[in-house]
Structure formats: structure tokens, C-alpha cells
Write a protein that binds this ligand. Sequence first.
Ligand code: ZN
Length: 285
Amino acid sequence: MKLLRFGSAGLEKPGVQLENGTRIDVSGFGMDWDEDFFFDSSNLDKLKAWVEDNSDSAPVIGADERLGPAVKRPGKLICIGLNFSDHAKESGMEPPKEPIIFFKATSAICGPNDPMVIPRGSEKSDWEVELAVVIGKKASYVTKENALDHVAGYMLHNDYSERAYQLERGGQWVKGKSCDTFAPIGPFVATKDEVADINNCGMWLKVNGETKQNGNTSNLIFDVPHLVSYLSEFMSLHPGDIISTGTPAGVGLGFDPPQYLKAGDVVELGIDGLGESRQDIVDME
Ligand code: ZN
């Protein structure tokens, strides 16, 4: 299944994208894509059955309808730093021996095609195409072998980063990662069965039509099972929690001189099987 949410911000309704690309309103199913939904894996089977019975009569979502975040108010948004060796190199850092973990405020989450608002006074806003993992069953001390049993699905994420806040203002990276609109997620959550091989998905990002990032999940230093297992040693992962697995080379920071976003720029990105998103860059009002 491809799970999405649509409608105005804060009032989104649940939807599903069918095999033929049509998006339908599944409010009639009675659940939204949140912790309660992902808590019980049988909900996915129930939804599948509901869609089979109702896809002809459910309202079709118009192409111009806003898409919201594909997961409703996740408890945690955990990010992995420097998980591609080419990105570690361009950042002037060593590839890590263990995963680098940081948090991103969940208030940064927005719809996949919402404008990205440059924070007040910011001069170093940057992009990062990433594969995000959505947790299904609660994970605590799980092994790598069992890790995927705790994954509900995958989605596209742009881990926007303000490099001065992240690297020049002291303390943790969270400062540079958490501004409003810094986490467009979606267009949809692709459930695990939708993705043939999550360890071999092309990922790309363009700014104003020019390709900046062109990578593949096969180059992750720590793959999805490793990350789920590793994180579950330090914290419980709850249904609906999101893990963003890191970005390949080609971020603005890595260019000489660095390239940062300004109002009027357009960022487009995608991952094989997980759809595409687009953000117009705007100044804060
Ligand atoms: Zn990142």
C-alpha cells in the first residue's frame, strides 16, 4: 500500500495511492496513519481489504489537492549523520565507526510539496535527500536479523539543514535541523511489500533543475536493519516513529564555494519506488 494524507495543514485526511496512480480518500476506513494505526500490523491487511471493496466508490483526490505529511504526528524523528562515505568526505569528516544519531524536532515536519521557509536571518540553508524508515511494531533490543519485522514502510524525506546553526552555534546538530518546514516527508509511505530491494534504490535531488545529489541506498554505511537494531539498543522505537538514514554527497556545504538556498529556488527530489517531492524556497514573512 501507498499511504498518504491530504487536505489543509492540520486537517489532513487519510488517503491511499492505487497501483494505477489514482489517489483515493479512505476516511471511510476510520483510521489515520498514526501510532495507533501502525501499532497493529493487521490494520494494514484490514485497510487492503477495505480498499478492495471500496476503491470504486471512494472519493478521488484531485491532482491539485495539497498532500500533508504521510505520517500523522510521529513520536520521534531520528536522523543518522554521515551515513554515506562520500558525504562524510565532502563534510570534512571521517566516516563514523558507529552510527551518529541526532534528533530533528517533529514540529519541522510538513507536507512533501509545501514551501520551505528560510529561517529568519539564515544564510546557510541546505538540502539532503534521504530514505526515511517508518516503524511498525515497537522495537527494543531487536537483532539485525529481526529488525525488518519492526519496519512498516519507507518514504522520501528532505533533511533540510541550516549549516551555521548546525555547525557554528555550538552544541548539538538539532539546532540546524529543526526549523519549521525543514522536514518535508512523503508523498507517501510505501509499505515494505511495495519495495523490491530497499538496499538498491536510486536517490536524487535537483536545485533549479540542476542535479546536485545522485546516490543509491546500496551505499549506506549502516543499512536499515543495522540502524533499527542499533537504535533499539538506546531507546524504544514506537509505531510511527521515523528514522532518516542519511544523505549521499552533493549537499550545498560540499561545494567549493558552498551553495546555499535562497528565496525563489526550487528543490526537487525522489527515491525509486518512493515518489517525488518539490519545495519552493521562500523567505519567512
Ligand atoms: Zn541528514
